[in-house]
Write a protein of this length. Structure first.
Lengths: 204, 113
């Protein structure tokens, strides 16, 4: 499939576009493939599953960034069937390397880029959906964008400030009014997706 | 805000000032009875978020958990509903039919005299 044809196929799949945006900013994210036709991509899926005990299966639907189903820790033996089922229900599958939800995970959270500030909301171990869908926020920090100086803080300190500002240095030049979802592991960080949040202008 | 007693402070998740009666929402069924109140709940799960999109009669929102970047906060801002998140004692201390003023821009809930 040619690049243009693939682009048209995936256009308006907001999660997929957001992963492409992560790549554009050269931010790290787990190894990922997009599956929209299992039969045509069977070899690609098999190659991805090779030597993996678990994978993460997320899904996407046109113009729907929220509340698509996922299987965050799917055994390889079940993966093909799950992918087929999601596709039969009209979803595109985002197949990713499994990043443990508890083991070696330090924090997960959202980074909101404002005009003059960066706001970070964090939770400890567990899937980031707990923060996004269930409101589990354990720490909130507001930084001045210019010098990354902390100006407001709520909650308990989950990680050393330097670990966080190292990540913020990577994203401070991302355009305003975007939310970057990330996880910090002992091995390093991963970004999951970037969402546009035009409503954040109201917070300025 | 002139001469009003502050009851709670929380995270200012969606700006706007409203005055209204409190409605404690413990289950999805409670949401079906909302008619112009300020809803107070633990958090806005996906079902509640869909309700915000359908029910224009929600005057304001106060939640025990949550923050600025959660789905619920983004939807509240989109629908211009003042919202204060992270008000730890909200569901215990606020009672049905109490009248409060919610300042979603400052994250402050005031008692009305």
């Amino acid at each position: 499939m040619g690049g243009k044809e693939l682009f048209m196929k995936l256009h308006k799949f907001l999660k997929i576009e957001s992963i492409e945006e992560i790549r554009k900013y050269k931010l790290l994210h787990p190894a990922t493939i997009f599956i929209f036709d299992f039969n045509k991509q069977k070899k690609e899926v098999d190659a991805f599953l090779r030597n993996k005990n678990f994978v993460t299966i997320r899904t996407d639907k046109k113009n729907n960034l929220y509340f698509c189903p996922c299987d965050l820790r799917c055994p390889r033996s079940r993966a093909r069937q799950s992918i087929k089922e999601f596709i039969s229900k009209g979803y595109v599958v985002i197949l990713q390397r499994y990043i443990p939800i508890r083991k070696d995970r330090k924090v997960s959270g959202n980074i909101l880029i404002l005009k003059n500030y960066i706001l970070v909301e964090l939770m400890g171990k567990g899937p980031l959906t707990w923060l996004n869908r269930n409101g589990k926020i354990e720490e909130q920090i507001k930084f001045k964008k210019r010098n990354l100086k902390e100006i407001e803080h709520f909650g308990k300190r989950l990680i050393k400030r330097g670990e966080l500002t190292d990540i913020l240095k990577l994203v401070k030049n991302v355009p305003n009014y975007k939310i970057l979802e990330f996880t910090l592991m002992t091995e390093g960080y991963y970004f999951w997706q970037i969402k546009n949040d035009e409503t954040a202008k109201k917070l300025e | 805000m002139p001469e009003q007693k502050i009851i709670f402070k929380g995270i200012p998740a969606s700006p706007g000032i409203v005055k209204g009666e409190v409605k404690i929402v413990k289950s999805f069924d409670d949401t079906l009875k909302i008619n112009g109140e300020i809803i107070v709940t633990s958090f806005l799960t996906p079902d509640f978020v869909n309700l915000i999109k359908r029910n224009s009669k929600i005057k304001g929102i106060i939640t025990k958990n949550g923050g600025i970047t959660c789905h619920a906060a983004i939807v509240a801002r989109e629908y211009k509903i003042p919202y204060i998140a992270g008000v730890g004692e909200a569901t215990e201390k606020l009672k049905n039919n109490m009248t409060v003023i919610l300042d979603g821009g400052k994250g402050i809930i005031y008692e009305t005299s």
